[in-house]
Design a protein around this ligand. Structure first.
Ligand code: FMN
Length: 362
């Protein structure tokens, strides 16, 4: 098991409607004041990262969406330690714009910005904004070139690149980002194409919620391929956290979220996501096997089962670490309150369990 402490990130609620497609009360807001305060609470609570979302249109809730790079910069300006991961979609962004934008933000924020290169799953969104809809594996081939170009621009002078999607000739970015060799690059999904990119170009692989076994299978596959490529990659897993003083309370909250789910929005989402993992040649990707209940949290966050008492959750986090997880990406119903509760009640238990395991191994 890694000797490093497991890291924690939270989803930035920069789109409206919260993280579950349900009419249950969610004391979470997508506005900037709420989010600035949340970022400050999170860094105090021991969260190292925040992940913003990129969406151009509504769908399964998310009627309003703040743009991720601008929003991430505002959160960085309101904090001192937190790293903020800005989501970017190849297509609307090309690598040189992303490289330039993020290099500037990195210099303005003492080197705390990171990027999540998403590959796209929402055909309706692409059509609405006039983007070509590539098939599943082509979207990942483009993302791979995007990341190779981004790294080249960030680390080399006179960068030249000849891909099928991007071309550069003797380009020198000045100034380069502050972080060396470059800001961290996250990328994810669950499909074989997403895993192959993780095993060759990304610094971090993000995946949807899943069982410990499901996550282990992905990690084993990635580690084997990464070793063959002499590449290092870390793993982040999504989880919707419901931590309450008793297990009954936590389970009752989950039951209420599902009972109050918005079936039309969940079914519409279920229809759209068939363009993602189920459209991959192996049909192994995100949402390929998700049930109605799973889809109520749009990144399968219930499946990771961080739902229960602080003790139960801490044990499960350490079990995820034991199969190779480096970071938990968390979503909450009432973000500000629950991020603070997580920092007070869950995180110290995780650290104590990690210390105990290390002492045992020594
Ligand atoms: C943690 C995480 C965050 C993501 N964030 C976004 C996002 O902000 N916008 C977006 O369009 N897609 C986002 N995605 C979707 C992925 O880029 C990808 O299209 C999707 O997971 C389908 O993956 P698969 O078919 O390879 O399994 C995210 C995925 C994960 C796992």
């Amino acid at each position: 098991m890694s000797t490093q402490n497991i890291k924690f990130a939270y989803w930035v609620p920069n789109v409206s409607g919260g993280l579950v497609v349900s009419n249950i009360e969610q004391r979470t807001s997508w506005d900037i004041d709420y989010n600035r305060k949340l970022a400050q609470i999170a860094e105090k609570a021991g969260f190292e990262y925040a992940l913003s979302q990129i969406r151009f249109t509504a769908g399964y809730g998310a009627e309003f969406q703040h743009e991720s790079v601008a929003f991430s910069h505002a959160l960085l300006a309101a904090t001192t330690k937190l790293k903020v991961i800005a989501a970017i979609l190849p297509g609307p962004w090309n690598p040189v714009l992303a490289a330039k934008q993020l290099a500037t933000i990195d210099l303005l924020t003492e080197g705390r910005v990171a990027i999540n290169v998403v590959s796209g799953w929402f055909r309706g969104e692409f059509t609405a904004i006039g983007e070509h809809w590539l098939d599943h594996d082509e979207r990942y081939r483009r993302s791979k070139e995007f990341i190779e170009a981004l790294k080249g621009i960030w680390t080399q002078d006179n960068f030249t690149y000849r891909g099928d999607f991007y071309r550069f000739s003797n380009y020198t970015l000045k100034p380069k980002p502050l972080q060396q060799p470059h800001p961290e690059i996250f990328q994810g999904g669950s499909s074989r194409a997403a895993r192959d990119n993780a095993a060759s170009v990304s610094d971090w692989y993000f995946t949807n919620g899943n069982t410990v076994e499901g996550i282990k299978a992905q990690i084993d596959d990635i580690r084997e391929k990464a070793a063959a490529n002499k590449h290092q990659v870390k793993i982040g897993v999504n989880a919707f956290v419901i931590a309450r003083d008793t297990e009954e309370e936590a389970k009752a909250v989950l039951a209420e979220i599902i009972a109050k789910a918005n079936p039309e929005a969940v079914h519409a989402f279920g229809h759209e996501v068939k363009n993602a993992g189920a459209a991959s040649p192996e049909r192994e990707g995100n949402w390929a096997k998700s049930t109605f209940e799973d889809l109520v949290q749009y990144n399968d966050g219930f499946k990771t089962n961080l739902i229960g008492t602080p003790e139960q959750i801490a044990e499960r986090i350490v079990a995820l670490k034991a199969v190779g997880v480096d970071l938990i990406l968390s979503g909450f119903l009432h973000f500000q309150e629950e991020v603070a509760y997580f920092g007070d009640k869950v995180l110290p238990l995780v650290r104590a369990l990690e210390a105990k395991k290390l002492a045992k191994a020594a």
